[in-house]
Ligand binder design. Structure first.
Ligand code: SF4
Length: 245
């Protein structure tokens, strides 16, 4: 199944959204100085990485390697670095914490219950993320209005009380089609798993392809009830945020 749609949006409309996103990214640098983007390496991340490297290179980009990512995701990281001639900072979990977790719960302990799964996500994603954003004044996200009713009310700029950082949301008006139109038009590197039925890709053992018509998050932590499918970085995780790690 191919997730990426064919081109549909008028080019001028997309160009306007690109210009506005760039304006917000550059404004964030001017106003906040130290700005960071946590890349999920998903489709929204492809767009934001392209815009940041081209128009706001002062923004630092990092991603978290949980140690359980699909090989296709690591290959994508390499292709991104080749395209831009830039190194993306990769942040890892603390080895001792992973070792303790595996000793207590087993290498795939996350399948055994919600507490074990949350503990794994905390050690492999949340703690490295928190460590990586420490010292910054603002962080950029890839959330979009159409992702949920909650996200429809998200402002462009907001204070993130949880991490005590200003939050910049430059892709809010972009549609799923806009994201893929831009990726296609600019020939950006993206994860081939998206063309194999994975709208959302995280760690290999916790992501799988979905059937046509299923919710886009159905392949994430598929053995759990839909309400629990988030990793604790933000309330209600969504594609395009760091949650896709
Ligand atoms: S997604 Fe799965 S493997 Fe990855 S950190 Fe969370 S529980 Fe662990």
């Amino acid at each position: 199944m191919t997730i990426a749609p064919v081109l549909t949006a008028p080019a001028a409309e997309l160009a306007g959204k690109v210009a506005e996103s760039v304006r917000l990214l550059q404004g964030a640098v001017r106003e906040h100085g130290r700005v960071v983007y946590a890349s999920s390496l998903g489709p929204e991340a492809a767009v934001l990485t392209d815009l940041i490297f081209a128009h706001a290179p002062q923004i630092d980009i990092f991603t978290v390697d949980t140690g359980r990512l699909p090989e296709a995701t690591l290959e994508l990281l390499e292709r991104i670095e080749r395209r831009y001639g830039r190194r993306i900072r990769v942040v890892f979990p603390e080895a001792q914490r992973v070792q303790n977790y595996v000793a207590d719960h087993g290498v795939n302990g996350f399948y055994r219950g919600l507490a074990q799964r949350h503990a794994c996500c905390h050690i492999r994603k949340v703690e490295p993320f928190q460590r990586a954003i420490f010292g910054y004044h603002a962080w950029v996200t890839g959330v979009r209005h159409e992702q949920s009713a909650e996200r429809a009310a998200t402002p462009t700029l907001e204070f993130d009380a949880r991490y005590r950082l200003q939050k910049i949301n430059p892709l809010l008006p972009w549609t799923h089609g806009d994201i893929w139109n831009y990726i296609r038009a600019e020939k950006l590197p993206y994860n081939p798993l998206h063309d194999a039925g994975y709208p959302s890709i995280g760690c290999a053992p916790c992501s799988r392809a979905i059937e046509p018509g299923q919710d886009s998050r159905a392949g994430r932590w598929w053995w759990e009830s839909p309400e629990s499918r988030e990793c604790g970085l933000q309330p209600r995780q969504l594609p395009g945020s760091i949650s896709d790690l």
